[in-house]
Write a protein that binds this ligand. Structure first.
Ligand code: HEC
Ligand code: HEC
Ligand code: HEC
Ligand code: HEC
Ligand code: HEC
Ligand code: HEC
Ligand code: HEC
Length: 267
């Protein structure tokens, strides 16, 4: 459904130059009164808005991104943007190595001030789903499929702040490095998170009196070494507390804010 309407859109673009020539022709023949209006209509139609400042130099070279038959041609983007090492090496953006479509997230013609780099998770899921339904098995598809495994066939989104489309993404393929929870909460970030920001406004942290800290928090490796006996227990003045009893020594404000002792400074 959506696929068809998108194709229609790019065909419209293909037709535009013809329309524009028609309007210019008309403009030359009409009385000067109405010429201003027609000129601006013509500009609006061929030029939907100025390009971002990064692409400003391409303003007079529409064909560097557009192809008359296909609309935006991703291979033209790739000609200029292949081998962007920092992009391909960063976990959340390494999908660029395999993605075959660009215009969904890099929207153009929004003016010089607009940076065309906003992440669109739903668009990503949509591209992945299309690849799946195309059914071609090649390395590109395999890589894109690995972003989707999570909830395919598992039904509804886990909570209201994530859309069913976004929720099919396998968040940890791209965000494992952002995991604050040391994998204690599993790989399926979408169980609790949305895609706009990591904070969860309605989350209320358990009280400092809770004894369940270890359910949600992992102690640093030092706590399982001699350091614990020689430093941690001494600093906290809790020589008998076991590692799992975090609340004996810690509070919920901040980890170095040791209970009954105050702020622990290194060195
Ligand atoms: C840096 C690449 C780039 C250049 C150069 C560029 N465009 Fe675009 N243009 C885009 C992108 C990306 C879209 C969004 C495509 C989409 O939504 O399907 C777009 C969309 C459009 C559309 C809307 C039609 C549609 O497919 O939705 C028109 C019309 C258009 N461009 C005309 C132009 C014209 C005329 C020029 C030259 C003055 C130009 N573009 C130069 C990237 C570019
Ligand atoms: C003729 C070469 C060329 C083409 C074609 C081209 N770009 Fe660019 N693009 C550039 C240059 C040059 C820059 C600015 C310097 C840089 O960041 O590499 C840039 C910047 C960008 C940026 C960073 C924008 C920012 O504000 O940081 C993105 C994203 C981008 N291009 C995506 C695309 C996409 C998507 C297409 C196809 C629709 C495309 N480019 C087509 C040359 C090109
Ligand atoms: C699903 C969304 C999505 C798709 C599809 C996508 N990108 Fe990106 N791309 C991003 C995001 C998000 C960033 C910015 C990451 C950041 O902020 O570091 C980015 C960054 C970039 C940059 C670097 C911009 C900079 O800051 O220098 C380039 C170049 C780029 N993309 C090109 C492409 C090209 C070419 C394609 C198509 C082959 C493409 N992208 C497809 C989301 C996408
Ligand atoms: C294919 C890679 C990919 C997948 C899969 C993915 N993301 Fe993202 N996500 C990105 C990129 C790229 C950004 C832009 C910021 C960046 O470059 O780090 C981003 C940004 C975010 C942000 C905003 C971060 C910030 O500080 O602004 C959140 C929150 C987020 N993603 C959550 C999720 C969740 C939840 C899922 C699973 C439903 C998910 N993402 C799946 C690539 C991905
Ligand atoms: C069982 C629920 C749950 C799961 C699953 C989960 N988180 Fe969280 N996460 C939370 C809660 C609750 C917070 C605290 C939010 C707050 O304070 O606003 C949080 C906070 C975060 C923060 C810090 C937000 C901030 O800026 O303060 C990041 C980053 C984060 N999670 C990443 C992830 C990633 C990546 C995954 C998946 C690999 C994940 N989380 C899985 C519940 C979860
Ligand atoms: C139900 C799960 C849960 C329990 C139980 C829990 N916490 Fe948390 N706590 C979180 C989440 C989620 C965050 C925010 C993400 C993060 O920083 O890990 C957080 C954040 C914190 C932070 C802030 C970390 C920072 O650097 O900003 C501290 C300190 C903390 N908790 C201590 C405790 C202590 C001490 C206990 C026991 C008294 C405890 N927590 C019990 C889930 C929990
Ligand atoms: C016997 C007291 C004690 C117990 C029990 C304890 N800690 Fe600590 N912890 C400390 C002290 C003291 C420090 C700061 C000095 C140090 O590194 O030992 C610390 C440091 C930390 C830090 C900061 C490390 C860093 O490198 O910044 C974290 C995180 C932490 N503890 C988490 C936990 C968690 C989670 C638990 C429970 C699973 C726990 N601790 C149990 C005393 C304790």
């Amino acid at each position: 459904m959506t696929v068809t309407s998108k194709k229609k859109k790019s065909r419209t673009w293909f037709l535009l130059p013809t329309v524009a020539v028609g309007v210019i022709g008309l403009w030359a023949l009409t009385p000067s009164q109405s010429s201003f209006k027609q000129a601006s209509t013509w500009q609006r139609m061929t030029q939907p808005g100025t390009l971002s400042s990064a692409h400003a130099s391409l303003e007079s070279n529409c064909a560097s991104c557009h192809t008359s038959v296909k609309g935006i041609d991703s291979s033209k983007c790739i000609v200029c943007h292949a081998n962007n090492e920092s992009l391909l090496q960063r976990q959340p953006t390494s999908f660029h190595a395999n993605i075959g479509s660009c215009k969904e997230c890099h929207i153009e013609h929004q003016g010089r001030a607009h940076r065309p780099t906003a992440m669109d998770h739903a668009a990503l899921a949509y591209i992945g789903l299309q690849q799946l339904s195309d059914g071609e098995v090649d390395s590109e598809n395999a890589a894109l499929r690995s972003l989707l495994l999570n909830r395919l066939g598992r039904g509804a989104a886990p909570h209201s702040q994530i859309s069913p489309t976004e929720a099919i993404l396998n968040c940890s393929t791209c965000h494992a490095n952002d995991d604050r929870h040391f994998t204690l909460f599993g790989e399926d970030c979408a169980q609790c998170h949305m895609t706009i920001k990591w904070t969860i406004p309605e989350f209320r942290h358990p009280s400092s009196q809770s004894r369940d800290c270890a359910q949600c928090h992992q102690a640093p490796p030092s706590h399982y070494m001699m350091h614990f006996k020689m430093i941690s227990q001494k600093v906290a003045d809790r020589p008998h507390a076991q590692v799992e009893q975090c609340n004996e020594c810690h509070q919920t404000t901040s980890w170095p804010d040791i209970r009954g002792v105050g702020w622990y400074k290194h060195h």
